[in-house]
Write a protein that binds this ligand. Structure first.
Ligand code: CU
Length: 128
């Protein structure tokens, strides 16, 4: 009896720990997804020597266009190391209509962007 009780107790403790780990994992995922739009908030846990994101600096990336609506382009992009961004799908605003001319959903693209506040502005986008 005693052994059974101990065994049950140990199982429930184990699943309790697993739930905590799962929750930590989900919270971490939520933070990294949020990090792309508001990169500054993701720096809380970063080391002090992390590069400071300067306005006007140009970053480059590659990805697949998910949709184009006016000057808004949603791109499933790969990691962008200069911004410490993970791969993700997010909207970008093109600097002008000409920059997205001929770009359509499904295109594999290379692009450059600058950060303007919380907005990511595409300065160029070209089909690969
Ligand atoms: Cu992103």
């Amino acid at each position: 009896m005693l052994a059974l009780a101990q065994s049950k107790g140990s199982v429930s403790q184990e699943s309790f720990v697993m739930n905590i780990l799962l929750n930590i994992g989900l919270a971490t995922l939520a933070v990294s997804v949020a990090a792309c739009g508001t990169a500054e908030t993701s720096k809380e846990n970063a080391v002090a020597t992390a590069p400071i994101e300067s306005v006007g600096q140009t970053h480059s990336g590659t990805g697949t266009v998910e949709s184009v609506s006016g000057q808004q382009v949603t791109i499933s992009h790969g990691p962008i190391q200069s911004l410490e961004w993970p791969a993700m799908t997010m909207p970008f605003t093109a600097k002008d209509a000409a920059a997205v001319q001929g770009i359509k959903a499904g295109d594999r693209v290379a692009f450059t962007l600058t950060k303007s506040g919380n907005e990511s502005v595409l300065t160029s986008i070209t089909k690969q």
